[in-house]
Write a protein that binds this ligand. Structure first.
Ligand code: PGA
Length: 249
């Protein structure tokens, strides 16, 4: 894994936007794997600005999002589809037909996962998977578990994850208890992965992701098996790892 330490999330976003811009110039119909969350928001804003400045086009780009809450309609303000529409999709020239997403309201979960897996396969591989990490080491909604998941599935959310996400809802009871998620096997199959993380609460997970044992108790540790991973962290997170573990990233 290649680690890059940036001053703050704005600098991370700028570097990641540069990487995505370079990819889209080289391959205009690239497949982008996309996450939601607070961390990628700045990157999406910069991508939109770069599109508005005429520097990149999403005309032929294909996107596949990593996860979606079970039980939320795509128009629900806390659904991940809504987040993506607001933060990226509606501002750029993406063809809606080129967007792959879980349907949070799907009645038959197994069928929905099969549909998602087939669409993912039909894309011919993810060129660039952008990913965040939970403080418990989850990637997408692959929570700590007894084994790694290969393909997409429904994940029961841990209390820690629901607590972390309750800031977007009125109360914890409103946070869905389950989500559709891409499997870890599918995530590490991406041709390139960019992991972004900021702040003290993510330091331990990032340290264990890079230096720890590969264990489903920390799903992100499987990224050690991926062929091309760049990790972008902010200075605060890097300092914390140095203080806590004596390791310079
Ligand atoms: P965050 O979420 O960017 O909102 O911290 C990341 C994640 O939980 O994967």
């Amino acid at each position: 894994m290649q680690v890059f330490i940036c001053k703050n999330n704005e600098d991370i976003a700028s570097a990641v936007t540069d990487e995505i811009t370079a990819l889209l110039r080289e391959k205009p119909n690239a497949v982008l794997g996309l996450p939601t969350g607070s961390t990628p928001q700045s990157t999406y804003r910069m991508l939109v600005n770069r599109f508005l400045a005429g520097k990149i086009s999403f005309k032929e780009v294909r996107t596949i999002n990593m996860d979606e809450y079970v039980g939320l309609d795509c128009t629900h303000p806390q659904s991940f589809r809504y987040f993506m529409e607001e933060n990226l999709f509606k501002h750029v020239n993406l063809n809606p037909e080129n967007i792959v997403f879980f349907n949070g309201l799907a009645k038959d979960a197994a069928q929905e996962c099969q549909r998602y897996d087939q669409l993912l396969d039909s894309l011919g591989g993810i060129d660039l998977q952008l990913a965040g990490i939970g403080s418990n080491g989850h990637v997408a909604f692959n929570e700590p578990a007894s084994e790694f998941s290969g393909k997409s599935h429904i994940s029961e959310l841990t209390l820690e994850t629901r607590e972390a996400n309750k800031r977007f809802f009125h109360s914890l009871s409103e946070v869905p208890v389950a989500a559709f998620t891409q499997g870890m096997g599918q995530i590490i199959a991406a041709k390139k992965i960019i992991m972004i993380a900021t702040g003290i609460p993510k330091a331990d997970a990032i340290y264990r992701m890079i230096y720890g044992d590969i264990t489903p108790q920390l799903p992100a540790s499987l990224l050690q098996k991926a062929s091309n991973v760049s990790v972008y962290v902010d200075q605060i997170l890097a300092n914390r790892i140095q203080q806590q573990y004596g390791v310079h990233l």
